[in-house]
Write a protein that binds this ligand. Structure first.
Ligand SMILES: *Cc1c(COP(=O)(O)O)cnc(C)c1O
Length: 410
């Protein structure tokens, strides 16, 4: 056993935490979790915390959901993992069939991976090769939005907008056509215009429908997407929706694309796909995209890409059971809880002088602080105070939220 301090010391000695300055990791009173129950995390000293960030947006129905626990156990008695390269696995077929019935994509075909960034990376490469396979030259660029976050691999970092301390990698990023982010009310309209201007060199438009999560929960109006979707159709540019964060009920519908009236050519899924149990992601391609890759065996039309653990059977089994649990009632519950939370935030949090804005879509929400000057680490301090009161929150990227353009975006 040992005390929490002792576990933090052991942790800091050997574990390198992502997005974390390890020189002061231990000083920021990190939690070392041992187990969980429902919505609560329990640390090594038995203290309980409300997991208000859903373990960074992956947990959907809580921890230790009996049906999901059982799905993993049952699959363990069959097989944990077999390769998807050139062969199939029963539970993965069943999951793909179930997802194909609910994703907002026409004639869906699913390529599985393990992380959201990999799902985005796959979508980027598929979009690129789609044009090559069709013999169209020059369609090699992407249009992406300001403040976008699509993951940390080089390709997903390239369509991402930077910030989050990643500017160092700018020389490794490929250039993209950049529209404004959701803090600009004209973002989608400008993006639609840019599609027209750059159509002959665009392979795809990549966006996070409805909510730019990592940017600080920036919101776009659902009815703003029609013009952009129409521009993509008219100029024959592929549309990639990154629903790694917004998928699986987070915004009150199974997918945010539904609310936006979008039917993307490529859809990226991750995070909540397994209810937060195991790493799994997927790139969903429409029939017309998929068909462009059909050709003779071993030909250059094949998509030469695949991850060792893509379509892991344990993850697929829990994802399949989880999808069955996301009933219309559960989604209605998300919308009802969202209304309650919105009222309470408006009543108790929004009027505080230290608060610049409160943003919420479904159960994705953020409170933007209004510190009198930079460098006060208010986000860090507020979250530490919340943890002392038994609620785990997380300060979002300071780079995007400290820019004046982000203030007062009600
Ligand atoms: C988290 C996230 C990703 C990256 O997913 P990982 O599993 O962390 O690689 C991609 N896109 C969006 C919108 C995300 O929120």
């Amino acid at each position: 056993m040992g005390s929490a301090d002792e576990w933090v010391r052991r942790d800091a000695a050997v574990v390198w935490h992502g997005f974390t300055q390890m020189a002061c990791y231990a000083d920021n009173t990190p939690l070392v979790i041992e187990r969980a129950e429902g919505h609560e995390l329990i640390d090594v000293e038995g203290r309980r915390y409300l997991d208000a960030i859903s373990s960074l947006w992956v947990t959907t129905l809580g921890h230790r959901v009996p049906e999901l626990d059982q799905a993993v156990r049952d699959q363990l008695d069959r097989v944990a993992h077999t390769t998807m390269l050139g062969h199939g696995n029963r539970v993965v077929v069943e999951l793909a069939e179930a997802l194909a019935g609910v994703v907002p994509v026409d004639g869906p075909h699913l390529l599985f991976a393990s992380d959201g960034a990999a799902a985005v990376e796959q979508a980027l490469k598929i979009a690129f090769q789609y044009w090559a396979n069709r013999g169209v030259e020059g369609r090699t660029a992407y249009l992406a939005l300001g403040h976008a976050y699509h993951g940390d691999t080089i390709g997903s970092l390239s369509v991402g907008a930077g910030g989050f301390g990643t500017d160092l990698f700018d020389p490794l990023r490929f250039p993209v056509v950049r529209a404004p982010g959701y803090d600009d009310p004209r973002a989608l309209e400008v993006a639609a215009g840019l599609v027209g201007d750059h159509a002959d060199r665009l392979a795809a438009v990549v966006l996070e429908p409805l909510v730019q999560g990592a940017a600080g929960m920036l919101l776009a109006p659902p009815d703003g997407y029609a013009t952009l979707a129409e521009a993509c159709r008219r100029h024959d540019v592929l549309l990639v929706c990154d629903e790694v964060a917004t998928g699986f009920g987070r915004t009150g519908t199974l997918f945010a694309s539904e609310q936006c009236g979008l039917r993307p050519d490529l859809l990226c899924l991750g995070k909540g796909i397994t209810g937060g149990y195991l790493p799994l992601s997927a790139t969903v391609a429409s029939q017309r995209v998929f068909e462009a890759f059909l050709g003779p065996d071993l030909s250059e039309r094949t998509f030469y890409h695949g991850h060792s653990y893509g379509g892991n059977a344990l993850a697929a089994a829990v994802a399949l059971r989880h999808l069955g649990l996301l009933t219309p009632d559960v989604l209605a519950g998300v919308r009802a809880r969202s209304r309650e939370l919105h009222e309470l935030l408006d009543e108790r949090v929004a009027p505080l002088p230290a608060v610049a804005d409160v943003r919420l879509r479904g159960l994705m929400g953020g409170v933007e602080l209004d510190p009198p000057r930079d460098g006060l680490r208010w986000g860090r301090r507020v979250c530490a105070a919340a943890v002392r009161r038994g609620v785990l929150l997380r300060p979002s990227a300071t780079s995007s939220c400290s820019s004046p353009a982000h203030r007062h975006v009600r």
